[in-house]
Write a protein that binds this ligand. Structure first.
Ligand code: ADP
Ligand code: MG
Length: 251
């Protein structure tokens, strides 16, 4: 089943008389349950593509379907509903509310949807899922970077989205913490069938996923799955790195 389908997706930013084609005609199909990475140098359009896929941005042109629904003609209100119900975002800087405890941060997205009487119970279950049951009453400053990112993942899951979009989620974390975070995401993908798309410029992170899409100047220059011959090349490494090819290498 296809969960995301982009066709000729384009985002042009205009600054005065100059324009930047941040995403320049990208077509991409993502099946439900995929665990994939979007790679590319800084400025290659990764964040713009992710924000388009997550309906945070409107494309300049092109088509986008989420779960079989066209989102191009949608109103702002309809886009907000699609975002809230279908998409969970995780950001590099965690973006937690400093005055709220871990569990309150996880519950935050519930404020904008229909009332959920079991919200606190659900939030507690998600903190447990990411291994943070014992940190429920801590505020972000009382948590390590890795713990904060786990709270952010629990928050992204609270509305039971179909897709998790994570923009450089390990960018602020050391490599051991990154590995644990990737193992958590892999478990969510395997055990809950969540579709997960991670933007990263780290080949070790991308190499732990099943599919790598590489961008350059807003275009797709490689799209390879783990079993494909060109998977390692898509990772941007010339050396064959067996560790990168071991899907459970992060355990
Ligand atoms: P990446 O995430 O791969 O570093 P981005 O998607 O952030 O790349 O940016 C792609 C290109 O679009 C860059 O040239 C960037 O300067 C430009 N860009 C991104 N956001 C904006 C914006 N809001 N206004 C103007 N240009 C932008
Ligand atoms: Mg970016």
């Amino acid at each position: 089943m296809t969960i995301l389908r982009a066709k000729d997706l384009t985002k042009v930013y205009r600054r005065g008389s100059s324009e930047v084609r941040a995403v320049d005609g990208i077509s991409l199909t993502v099946a439900a349950g995929e665990f994939m990475a979007i790679m590319g140098r800084s400025g290659s359009g990764k964040t713009t593509l992710l924000d388009l896929l997550g309906c945070l941005l409107r494309p300049t042109s092109g088509a986008l379907e989420i779960d079989g629904r066209t989102v191009i003609g949608a109103s702002d209100g309809q886009l907000a509903t699609i975002r809230r119900e279908r998409i969970g975002f995780v950001f590099q800087e965690f973006n937690l509310m400093p005055t709220l405890t871990a569990i309150e941060n996880v519950m935050l997205p519930l404020r904008y949807g229909p009332r959920r009487p079991r919200g606190r119970t659900d939030a507690r279950a998600l903190l447990e899922l990411v291994g943070l049951a014992h940190r429920e009453s801590h505020r972000p400053t009382e948590l390590s970077g890795g713990e904060q990112q786990r709270v952010a993942i629990a928050r992204a899951l609270v509305n039971q989205p179909a897709v998790i979009l994570a923009d450089e989620p390990t960018g602020e974390l050391d490599s051991a913490t990154s590995e644990r975070l990737m193992a958590t995401l892999r478990d969510l993908n395997r055990n809950r069938g969540l579709t997960i798309i991670i933007v990263t410029h780290d080949a070790a992170i991308a190499g732990a996923t099943d599919r790598v899409v590489r961008l350059s100047d807003g275009r797709v220059t490689a799209d390879a799955r783990r079993d494909d011959e060109d998977f390692v090349r898509a990772l941007g490494t010339d050396v064959t790195a067996p560790a990168l090819l071991d899907p459970v290498g992060f355990r």
